[in-house]
Design a protein around this ligand. Structure first.
Ligand code: SF4
Ligand code: MG
Length: 304
């Protein structure tokens, strides 16, 4: 497995004052090799910060990220896939050169012929063709650009992919195609995923386990089917209610009522009490610990 147990304090400049923000607070979870764990929550909950800790873009302020040895015996190699592929693809490069860059940098192929062969193979793996390699990123749709960034991520032969909202900029039908592609790649290449989304319906068919985050902490973590069948935290239940009904796809999505409090001044006690329909006096007084339940889930609520 791959184990995370970390906190991250961010120093942010607000006006002229420097403030400390506990962006990630005692977050712990494990991702089994070949599995997929998802982090879900509204924007500002700390899920993207966890992604950056896992890929080494940030160092944890406390705690650690432990990479178990991968298949090669070396530490798992991680690659990140972002929400906006356009921002991460060099607009002046042909697609074949974008995909070839990691092959050249890491000297994974020795000759230009071998590089061209591998680029063609990677284009095929993500459902593009050799002619696409001659084009520039702006000539593609959003979904195709995400295929290009997946091909580039795979070029360095990672065992672990951290995917931060990889489909949330795409139309629903294109989203499904990209998610299917990612599931197929996971099976075929034996990849391990950490998947990040604000949308439980997006991660449902990808994930073995799901962790729901609120204001920098995990509030519930469970096997996917357990989370959907028996959500125990009031916040998880509210997130599930915002998933559109397949029979009424055009009904507007409801969002969880109330504003997310500022992470700079999180509410005392249970940080969800300002929005929780079940809040009692006790909820403001003490913070509920994340506790193990008999069905293997973990929940942080006084009344779960
Ligand atoms: Fe709601 Fe209280 Fe549970 Fe927090 S501890 S989720 S406020 S019931
Ligand atoms: Mg984010």
């Amino acid at each position: 497995t791959f184990d995370v147990s970390a906190s991250f304090l961010n120093r942010l400049l607000y006006g002229r004052k420097r403030q400390m923000l506990h962006a990630v607070n005692d977050v712990s979870f494990s991702v089994p090799l070949g599995g997929c764990v998802s982090l879900v929550g509204e924007s500002g909950c700390g899920k993207s910060t966890v992604a950056r800790l896992v890929t080494g873009l940030y160092d944890p302020t406390a705690g650690e990220i432990r990479f178990a040895p991968g298949k090669s015996g070396a530490p798992l190699s991680a690659q990140m896939i972002f929400q906006d592929p356009y921002a991460s693809l060099n607009p002046r490069w042909r697609v074949k050169n974008i995909i070839a860059e990691p092959l050249r940098e890491l000297k994974l192929r020795n000759s230009e012929v071998e590089i061209a062969e591998r680029v063609a193979e990677l284009l095929g793996i993500v459902g593009l063709n050799i002619a696409d390699g001659e084009k520039f990123p702006h000539e593609f749709s959003g979904g195709q650009r995400q295929r290009i960034s997946i091909a580039r991520a795979l070029a360095s032969e990672p065992e672990f992919l951290v995917c931060d909202e990889p489909t949330s900029a795409l139309d629903v039908s294109v989203q499904a195609q990209i998610l299917n592609l990612m599931r197929r790649l996971q099976d075929e290449l034996g990849l391990t995923y950490l998947f990040i989304s604000h949308d439980l319906s997006v991660v449902r068919h990808m994930s073995d386990r799901i962790a729901v985050m609120y204001l920098g902490r995990i509030v519930e973590e469970a096997e996917t089917e357990v989370l959907f069948a028996d959500p125990k935290h009031p916040y998880t239940r509210l997130l599930l209610e915002t998933i559109p009904d397949v029979n009424e796809p055009h009904r507007d999505r409801e969002v969880v009522a109330g504003e997310v409090p500022s992470p700079l001044a999180p509410p005392p006690g249970c940080t969800f009490h300002t929005r929780c329909p079940l809040a009692q006096a006790q909820c403001k007084a003490g913070r509920p610990e994340l506790r193990d339940k008999p069905d293997g889930s973990r929940v942080a609520c006084h009344f779960a």
